[in-house]
Design a binder for this molecule. Sequence first.
Ligand code: E4P
Length: 433
Amino acid sequence: MQPNRIDAVFLDRDGVLNELIYHEEAGVIDSPFTVDQLKLLPRVGAAIKLLNQNNIKVIVVSNQPGIAKNHFTEAILEEMTNKLKKELAGLGARLDGIYYCLHHPEATNLKYLKICDCRKPKPGLILKTAKELSVDPRHSYVVGDNLSDIKAGKAAGCKTILLGKLKCELCQLMDSENARPDYIATNLYEAAKIVLTNGDILTKGGEPRMEIFLDTASLEEIKDILPWGIITGLTTNQKIFLAEKGCNFRQRVQGILSFIEGPVSIEVTSSSLDELIREAREFASWDNNKIVIKVPMFGDGRGLHAASILAKEGIKTNMTALMNAQQVLLAAKAGATFASIFFNRVKDYGDNPEKVIAESRSLIDRGNFGTKIIVGSIRKPEDVMQAALAGAHIVTIPYKILKQLPLHPKTEETIAEFDRAWEEFKKAEAKSF
Ligand code: E4P
């Protein structure tokens, strides 16, 4: 089990995603009762997009007793949900699921009169949703603005984040009800940062852990390297597939997916925007969790156009063949999950790849983009270190270079010397007994 793995963030809706409303006629602060009253809170889109870009599922789990209390109808709730999804999509953010408990123990609308397991503070809806979406609650967070969210999250085994400001009375209540959250944040964006920090996706200093991907389409190479336990993803391109000529593309990708647990990049080759999108959707349908669509940075902007459409559909992209930081910035703005800088091709062009990586990394960090920089086009072992030290989130390495990385002549000499010493020790030991 990976200790820092994060599967999902479960969000309460009202007071977390959208404003709570003061209903003057009833004298209460409550959920919106009309579609017009549903208004997104600041930076909610940016927070969800950040989680999306880090492959963390974002799921709404919310008590909505308004229908049970005859405040609004099922049709209005559906309209509110559509508005929420549409507004978030406009901000480049996506919800992976929206689940409501419609029951209330004192419902006036008798259809919803029920003492159920899904109404928070009970954990039923979180547990059911987690099962449905293959999410481990122990690797997930619950974010809410009420103690009932915190209690439900704790009961489900999740980490919990309370939105709001801590007041003494609240602390006493938390303690008396055993409902202390793990963290407190002032808004969802801050909560998303806490989630990412705890997953080591960002550490306190803003530096992420670095990953190594394998740059190949050969199953033999994958099988040889995978047991080393250092590979967390894979990249391919058309030239890499040419080296495997004779194989069936789809079958080979499926073979790769059966070995690799992380992201697997495959490149679209078609030229028109419509064809790019069609091909990308087809590839993504083979495994929407792992497949990442490599989209070239075409000079006329259609690669960016494709990446931004795919990002809104929840399809992961890797904008590729990038040679400078401005291309990386555009890829990040378009919502690309990854941006691939080609180390040696930057060099071939006469530019400094380390400078390009460092500038790109600085733009990504300053802009708070979730996009991760992959550095490819690695031709020598020393390229790996230069790329990593310059700020790559990921270095994708061809098999023949990876095989050279553990090797050092002085290490070999040292091992041989220690082996000889051990032989001598064993001989002496045998003689003395
Ligand atoms: C990886 O994503 C790239 O496609 C690959 O590393 C390019 O390498 P090359 O420049 O050696 O063709």
